[in-house]
Ligand binder design. Sequence first.
Ligand SMILES: [Zn+2]
Length: 162
Amino acid sequence: MSLFKDLGQGLANTGKQVAKKTKEITDTVQLKSQIATEKETIERLYASIGKQVFEAGEEEDEKKFFTEFGSIRKSMDKKKELEEELTSLDGCRYCPECGARIEKSSLYCSRCGAKIDKSKMDMEEQMRTQMEGTKEEEQEAQIIANEIESASADITIDIVNH
Ligand SMILES: [Zn+2]
């Protein structure tokens, strides 16, 4: 009799431990997320200070952050160059029929004469942008799911060892 009683007690304790562990995982995930938020805030403010220092362009800071200032200017030039390239590409569309490059304002393809349905093309572009957003959210959810999974694996090991 007492063996069954002990066994029952043991199972009840295991149940309590699982509940406790589940709460611990939730707390861990929440704390990690809060830490990440604070870290982002710190990084953003650091960046803000850096931007103000750069824009003020004090001679003393120019000397102190010689490498960084130079790298920022180089990246700014490169960014401008890339943006110009993007603008020139953005001025053109591609024919849905033959794939020829056509002016954004054109209503017909200059090669095959196909009618360009501009509203349809704009919709496709919107859908692509939306899908990219969803992808990022999915990745974030996957990271959290992985964290919970690895934490659950720890519990299983705990219970087995117990
Ligand atoms: Zn065409």
